[in-house]
Design a protein around this ligand. Sequence first.
Ligand code: SIN
Length: 347
Amino acid sequence: MQTENLLQQLLRKNNMKKNIKLVAATVVAMGLMASPASYAKEIVIKFSHVTTEATPKGKGAMLFKKLVDERLGGKVRVEVYPSSQLYGDKAVLKALLLNDVQLAAPSLSKFSKYTKQWALFDLPFLFKNPQSLNCFTDSPKGQALLGATERKGIKGLGYWLNGMKQISANTPLITPDNAKGLKFRIMSSDVLKAQFEAVDANPQKMAFSEVYNALATGVIDGQENTWSNIRSKKFFEVQTDTTISNHGVLEYALVTNKRFWNSLPTDIRMQLDQIISEVTAEVTQFALDAAVKDMKTVADSGKTNIHTLTDSQKQQWVAAMKPVWAQFEDQVGKDNIAAVQQCNAQN
Ligand code: SIN
């Protein structure tokens, strides 16, 4: 459109014959600016994330870098910045939109500014297990949902699994009553806020990088996260009690700047897409392994008492938290909830 306007101005202001060379030169220059030839230089992809390298996401980022080095070395270079070194999750999405970083993988709970639909993944006790979550994200509905942030300039490239969340505090959390009045750190999600309010607790939105100190100093009483994050961020060292609640899921969206991605030469973009699909499958395996291994590490440390709920105790948590669904079902789509339930039935 800008090219067209410029051409029209040139043609209006000047005699066409006299200026034909100038017009041709302008077209060539503008064509060059927009063409893949501008990528004769190495393409740099900065991947910023908040977990350590020894987590499913951290390993996924490093594997992505390795495969890009092997297959596209010299054309594409990946720089990985783990542990909030470059940006926290809130800032990273702004940086992504400014094209200051090109890849990030925040939790789906952290996108409420860009889409309300991904709140689906925060509904308490919606997903039965990681297999059911994968079943949904692989389904046509799950894949359609991945496009929910595109109109805001953020392109979803894939879902990356972390796993089921557990709940912890400095007191045993056996029934919902035990959570009453306690301050729990949550990610920036209104569903998670409603979930803790449903058990009369006080949810506090807080960046991941601040949670350990907030727990250690008593600014907050408890938290919810996966075994991988509880282990890698040492939350278990500052929480006397951890309950195997499996009450929610932590799932990431691997995202990029839509304009950046679409501007890549087609062959490079296709190879990156292929690498991402291979890495995504590996991340699933890293996450499933981490859930078992990290839970064992936490249990073996002896630093936090691990509680297993009876069926009847678990049902009390479900009864207290599940009413939250009704508050958000229009926003996240009843059809999506039904699709997850179908996956639950199969897994
Ligand atoms: C992450 O796994 O990326 C962090 C999740 C959180 O903020 O709890």
